[in-house]
Write a protein that binds this ligand. Structure first.
Ligand code: CP
Length: 304
């Protein structure tokens, strides 16, 4: 297998690398103790310029479970507030000798830009750049699909909500294409449709009820309010009425249809609590898988 220096987006991994990370993530989950201290003494820096609960914590927990040391950077408490540029902040942090820099930023393409300026000893992991990519989320989402379905070519997966601004849409669609998911459906209001590159090879709908017919999995996405300017974000009440997943709507899907959401959820807007907390919800399984998926990513980057 080719070595992986950085994890920027799913497109930068070949099929073998993606399958390897997923196989390893499932193996780690089965026997986490076996991997304790696998990366003893290595140093990870979480360099986050946007808020995060799941991604930052699970990268930290993953690194600590592997015996790594972890340092967290908070933009609001850093010299960014004194005018330091992103690249200067990155170069400053990498001069201190970390092995891995886990990076989140609102600008599309910023992770690839940093990776292009990384020292040979430093591995950059994209933990979300703008609306472009959320690579480790796609790994944990694919792991969750694999745990629930033996043959991904036999399933229909629907992603619905604010597809235009969601980095999860882009990365998950790329990953599902690579893994040969039977049918990928995308549903959103016209103004929240994804770009052409994401939509390639998918079936698009502008009505959630139609899109749900016969699907095996539905992933709901929140409105990414932080990516709208002014008051352009859709009205939540209207959006919830047209696009919110309720238990009644879910009955139109295939029997036993499972529900995913990358979080954070806006309960009562894109998903009701009845569905989010119901028996078909995989949402906390996704969160749990985030730890082993990120352990697998760190081990693969560090050549273990
Ligand atoms: N799924 C996700 O990226 O969640 P956080 O923003 O909490 O990390």
């Amino acid at each position: 297998m080719n070595t992986l220096q950085h994890l920027i987006d799913i497109g930068s991994m070949d099929d073998e690398q993606l399958v390897h990370v997923l196989d390893r993530a499932r193996a780690i989950k089965q026997d986490m103790g076996k991997y304790r201290n696998a990366l003893d003494g290595a140093l990870a820096v979480n360099l986050f310029f946007e808020p995060s609960t799941r991604t930052r914590f699970s990268f930290e927990i993953a690194a600590r479970r592997l015996g790594m040391q972890v340092v967290n950077f908070a933009a609001s408490a850093s010299s960014v507030s004194k005018g330091e540029t992103l690249m200067d902040s990155f170069r400053t942090v990498q001069a201190m000798g970390p092995d891995v820099i886990v990076f989140r930023h609102p600008d599309n393409g910023s992770a690839a830009d940093l990776a292009a300026h990384a020292l040979p000893s430093v591995h950059v992991v994209n933990a979300g750049d703008g609306s472009r990519a959320h690579t480790s989320q796609a790994v944990l989402d694919m792991m969750t699909l694999q745990e629930n379905f033996e043959d991904l070519s036999q399933i229909k997966v629907l992603i619905s909500g604010d597809l235009r601004h969601s980095r999860v849409t882009h990365s998950d669609v790329q990953a599902m294409r690579k893994l040969g998911v039977g049918e990928i459906r995308l549903a959103s209001p016209a103004e929240l449709r994804p770009g052409d590159e994401t939509a390639q090879g998918t079936v698009q709908f502008d009505d959630l009820d139609e899109a749900l017919q016969g699907v095996n999995v539905v992933m709901m996405l929140r409105i990414q309010k932080e990516r709208f300017t002014g008051d352009q974000a859709p009205d939540q009440e209207h959006f919830s009425h047209q696009w919110g997943l309720t238990a009644e709507r879910l009955n139109q899907a295939a029997p036993g249809c499972l529900v995913m959401h990358p979080g954070p959820m806006n309960r009562g807007v894109e998903i009701t609590s009845e569905v989010a907390d119901g028996p078909r919800s995989l949402i906390l399984q996704q969160v749990a898988n985030g730890v082993s998926a990120r352990m697998a990513i760190l081990m693969t980057l560090l050549g273990q």
